[in-house]
Design a protein around this ligand. Structure first.
Ligand code: ZN
Length: 457
């Protein structure tokens, strides 16, 4: 393995230009999943990707139609006995490029300036897909693969993956694996390799409050009916205490406690109070005082009011008692919370706290489970060692505050964990104008994938 590892790394170093050319070709497809007018472009992108997988010698390459955009699949098997099977996940769709006038070069004409490649999708995530495939090519051209590989590239990540769970469930047999490698991920900085081992889930609600049957004159009726906007504000106020703890009964019941060792690992992260003050512009931080800011955004759940609607909001004056008010409420969930359970907790909370002067309705809009992988599992250790080989230092371990639904879907349906292994930098301007890929980090990433796959053998 050691000999092949070196040969594959040499192959990567001598083929950088070719990999970059392949990536540029991939980036010229405007694969904007949300836009109906790009449907043909989506199909052309899927065809190009499938052809590329075939050119690498993959078996069972297929473009699977869904009720939305197709999934591209392919696989490679090794002769090594007992080798694990890794399912590589990626998405070939991108966000719309608007506003176009803020791009320094056109979003679908990939352009290198200094050491960055600018294009929509360069980082998120066509660059990551070609990065993994470059490492695979290097291993294939210098010997046998260290592991079995399956590739599943969807075209709907940027619109919430509405058909992916169905696809995975229909092709459970084909997708069977020991672990999933999710390349739609990043590191903390070009000199700060990091591994995300936990993601928060999500539960999204709308709370509707109805007071009187219609809006009323506040002079004629003020003082005899409960104002819907006020009642909503009062209900919202029952959901936290003054220190920021969530006061919904049962909300924390499934939260996995942090042990001292994990807290120590999280303390290594260079994100203290000053960091969050600077990045938020808030006059002071807020939240559960017994947890650090890093713990609060990664390892603790939240309940946020995302918006409040109600009453008269136009310029000027109108003395009205609104009959209706509503709030959009989202909860970020941590292992082992479950969105459905949280919905029941919030419903019971409202049953207890809503006054008889109003009617209310709680709508469950969407949910996604949180995810966590054991930091000491062989899958994470192999990545950590790969990063150490390239960066010469141990990576940071972090919990991500955001939500990646596919990770929970893969866990639920296939029963396997996902290793988040991508090399997007924080200043890549994802979803924004001038999205870019830092090429030195990309090349390091490709070599890290070579090490990673060898370490898994
Ligand atoms: Zn992405």
């Amino acid at each position: 393995m050691a000999v092949q590892r070196e040969a594959a790394l040499t192959y990567v170093r001598s083929h950088r230009e070719a990999f970059l050319d392949t990536l540029k070709t991939f980036l010229r497809f405007p694969s904007i999943s949300t836009s109906e007018q790009h449907r043909a472009d989506m199909e052309a992108t899927a065809r190009w990707l499938a052809d590329y997988l075939r050119s690498l010698g993959m078996a069972r390459v297929n473009i699977y139609p869904t009720d939305g955009h197709p999934v591209v699949y392919g696989e490679l098997t090794t002769d090594r006995a007992g080798a694990p099977t890794v399912l590589v996940y990626g998405h070939y769709d991108v966000q719309p490029p608007d506003p176009l006038d803020l791009w320094a070069s056109p979003p679908f004409e990939p352009t290198v300036r200094e050491d960055r490649l600018y294009a929509r999708g360069a980082a998120d995530m066509k660059g990551q897909i070609i990065g993994v495939l470059a490492a695979v090519e290097a291993l294939l051209r210098t010997g046998d693969l260290p592991v079995n590989l399956k590739f599943m590239f969807e075209g709907e990540e940027e619109i919430g993956s509405p058909h992916l769970a169905g696809f995975i469930a229909r092709h459970k047999e084909m997708l069977q694996c020991d672990v999933s490698l999710n390349a739609d991920a990043g590191i903390m900085g070009e000199d700060a390799p990091s591994i995300t081992y936990a993601l928060r889930g999500l539960a999204y609600f709308e709370l509707h409050v109805q007071g009187p049957a219609q809006d009323l004159h506040s002079g004629v009726y003020g003082g005899v009916v409960h104002n819907a906007a006020q009642a909503l504000a009062e209900l919202i106020a029952t959901m936290h205490d003054a220190e920021g703890h969530i006061t919904v009964d049962g909300f924390y019941d499934q939260v996995r406690p942090l042990d001292e060792e994990e807290r120590a690992a999280l303390r290594r992260l260079p994100m203290d109070e000053a960091f969050y003050l600077e990045h938020t512009g808030a006059p002071a931080l807020w939240g559960e005082p017994e947890y650090t800011p890093v713990e609060r955004v990664g390892a603790r759940p939240t309940l946020e009011i995302n918006g409040i609607i109600g009453g008269f909001t136009d310029p000027g004056v109108k003395t009205v008692i609104p009959s209706h008010a509503s709030a959009k409420i989202s909860c970020r969930l941590v292992p082992d919370q479950d969105p459905e359970t949280i919905y029941q907790c919030l419903r019971r909370h409202l049953e207890t706290h809503a006054p008889p002067t109003i009617r209310w309705e709680l709508k469950y809009i969407v949910g996604a489970k949180p995810a966590i992988i054991d930091r000491k599992s062989r899958w994470v250790r192999a990545l950590s060692q790969a990063m150490e080989s390239i960066w010469g230092k141990e990576p940071f371990y972090k919990r991500e505050g955001g939500t990646v639904p596919v990770v929970a879907q893969v866990k639920d349906i296939l029963g396997v964990d996902s290793v988040m292994a991508g090399f997007i930098l924080p200043d890549a301007d994802l979803h924004a104008p001038n999205e870019n890929l830092h090429l030195p980090t990309w090349y390091r990433g490709i070599e890290t994938y070579v090490h990673y796959l060898c370490n898994l053998a």
